[in-house]
Design a protein around this ligand. Structure first.
Ligand code: NAD
Ligand code: WQD
Length: 339
């Protein structure tokens, strides 16, 4: 039986792009996903692009019995763990759902991994674990835990659990990848982000304005202490992010313990930069209006990406032009996403 990489949440936005790069790197993949925020269509397109097949199991990772059957059925060597809820606003309204899915889900996964002697885990964390108190650029050695919402706290709690797990048994090989702001789409235009309802994040919102689904972008505040007064973030192309997972997977095949890596570009862009870059590279008008700050937002957040470069030999290569062009190719070819 060929050894497989298990990808939880592999039908989602970042998971599906990573599955594609895993297949391109000759890994054999089994995806588990409960399709709570995705559909089978993304993976069908990954199969079409790569001309390779993906084993798929529709299960919830909190169902330990169902997960155990997956570990019985396939020879799993390592796990990339994307499954979870990701909306900051929803997490404030429904904290228990977030702690349950993100924390209990990961606990359930780790229990099954331990039972089946599978010890390599790559976890999808977020720059949000650094919280509001950190100076930019942010290094992995900065304190974590000053989180400002249940989503961020659930990611922080998982990281704490994984640190303890790695300490408890040296067989564990765990990397937590702290993503900055993932954007963009596969250059084929076949694969991209398909948010439910009105997008919360800036780039999907901008692209839906450009395609005419929404009327204008609301810019949340222009009185921050930044060059143009609008919020600054470290946007990273989803294909670079996916390749960062391959680098982490390969590194952790050879290294024990727990390691945290920032996955960002190290460059910050303001909201107004993003809107004008999108207009330039899509050729579409993007009307916008300045409104009040969004509660919980910080002025700036960008990575020091040196650790991933030095240790994983990975760095983000795709610039704002590719991020915006690829977003627009996906959005204009698929105005209604996968549906
Ligand atoms: P996504 O919602 O597109 O993908 C998550 C996938 O997990 C979905 O396909 C969903 O159906 C599945 N899922 C959720 N709960 C599950 C469960 N209990 N059992 C099985 N499957 C389940 O989100 P994404 O943007 O691809 O994010 C992937 C991961 O990266 C998440 O853990 C998210 O918190 C993290 N992350 C995302 C961002 C971002 O901005 N997109 C930033 C930092 C971290
Ligand atoms: C970016 C900038 C907004 C929308 C969130 C999560 C984080 C991570 C990534 C998962 C900010 C401004 C936004 C809009 C705007 N996700 N903005 N108008 O808030 O940096 O990060 O997604 O882990 O945890 O918090 O991303 O895309 O929402 O905002 O002006 O309609 O755009 O104020 O400055 P954020 P974002």
């Amino acid at each position: 039986m060929k050894q497989k990489v298990l990808v939880t949440g592999g039908a989602g936005y970042i998971g599906s792009h990573t599955v594609l790069e895993l297949l391109n790197n000759n890994y054999s993949v089994v995806v588990v996903d409960n399709l709570s925020n995705s559909s089978r269509e993304g993976l069908r397109r990954v199969e079409q692009i790569t001309q390779k097949t993906i084993d798929f199991e529709e299960i919830d990772i909190r169902d330990g019995d169902a997960l155990s059957r997956v570990f019985e059925r396939y020879d799993i060597q390592s796990v990339l763990h994307f499954a979870g809820h990701k909306s900051v606003g929803e997490s404030v309204a429904k904290p228990l759902q977030y702690y349950d899915n993100n924390f209990t889900g990961t606990l359930s996964l780790c229990e099954v991994m331990q039972r089946f002697n599978v010890y390599e885990l790559i976890f999808s964390s977020s720059a949000t674990v650094y919280g509001a108190t950190t100076q930019c650029p942010i290094s992995e050695s900065a304190p974590i835990g000053a989180t400002t919402n249940p989503y961020g706290s659930s990611k922080y709690m998982v990281e704490r659990m994984l640190m303890d797990l790695a300490k408890s048994d040296p067989q564990w090989r765990i990397a937590t990848l702290r993503y900055f702001n993932p954007v963009g789409a596969h250059p084929s235009g076949q694969l991209g982000e398909d948010p439910n309802g009105v997008p919360n994040n800036l780039v999907p919102f901008v692209s839906q304005v450009a395609v005419g689904k929404l009327s204008e972008v609301k810019v949340f505040g222009n009185d921050y202490n930044t060059a143009d007064g609008t919020g600054v973030r470290d946007y990273i192309h989803v294909v670079d992010l996916a390749l960062g997972h391959i680098a982490a997977l390969q590194y952790m095949e050879e290294h024990q313990g727990f390691e945290a890596f920032n996955l960002g570009t190290g460059r910050g862009h303001s909201v107004l930069n993003i809107i004008s870059a999108f207009e330039k590279y899509s050729g579409q008008k993007v009307p916008f209006r300045i409104v009040e700050r969004r509660s919980g937002d910080i002025a700036e957040c960008f990575a020091n990406p040196n650790k991933a470069k030095d240790i994983l030999n990975w760095s983000a290569e795709r610039d704002l032009k590719e991020m915006m062009e690829d977003t627009w190719r996906w959005q204009s070819k698929n105005p209604s996403g996968y549906s």
